[in-house]
Design a protein around this ligand. Structure first.
Ligand code: ADP
Ligand code: MN
Length: 171
């Protein structure tokens, strides 16, 4: 049994996973692991996907890389997918959600356009990440949180920080 919880922060790109995870890490002293950065820095991929404009994540390499770290507990994993991590890794799965027009503005600001933009907006409309999370983890550990504004983010960080504070491995 780990002495500190592991948490997954997931959601469509642009919903605020990295910003929220960084604030959470600061508030809780847990370790923020951004899967995208890890994949790039440790080359845990099978090359670049020209069409989707992202690395082709090698899921086995990512899981091998993180196994020991996750066993130790105290991690915030930040990723826009959640179905390939072992279920036993996480004590809580947070799915961030953002209203379409707000997400649209965030993604265009990030330089997304065309199919990449449309795909991500559709991903959010159809709640793909929430469904994926519910399919992959026990429903009682999955929580959806609205991430439209800075107020939302501050409230989410406060709520999760309180949960981490009261978490115990026996619960
Ligand atoms: P993700 O990691 O999910 O792709 P980011 O954390 O990189 O998302 O956030 C994308 C952009 O949206 C950033 O410019 C960030 O400052 C902004 N942002 C994220 N969450 C919020 C929020 N709840 N309210 C306002 N702006 C936000
Ligand atoms: Mn991110």
């Amino acid at each position: 049994m780990r002495s500190k919880p592991n948490m997954l922060v997931t959601g469509t790109p642009g919903t605020g996973k990295t910003t929220t995870s960084a604030a959470l890490a600061e508030a809780t002293n847990l370790r923020h692991i951004n899967i995208g950065d890890l994949v790039r820095d440790k080359k845990l991929h099978d090359g670049w996907d020209d069409q989707l404009e992202c690395y082709i994540v090698n899921e086995d390499l990512v899981c091998d890389e993180l196994e020991e770290i996750m066993e130790g507990g105290g991690n915030i994993v930040d990723h826009h997918g959640c179905d390939f991590f072992p279920e036993r890794w996480f004590d809580r799965v947070v799915v961030l959600q953002t209203e379409n027009s707000i997400l649209y503005d965030r993604l265009t600001k990030r330089g997304y356009s065309g199919a990449k933009l449309t795909n991500n907006i559709e991903c959010e409309i159809f709640q793909v990440l929430l469904e994926e999370a519910k399919d992959s983890y026990k429903e009682e550990i999955v929580v959806a949180m609205k991430s439209d504004s800075v107020d939302d983010m501050n409230r989410n960080v406060a709520t999760i920080t309180e949960w981490v504070r009261t978490w115990s491995s026996t619960s």
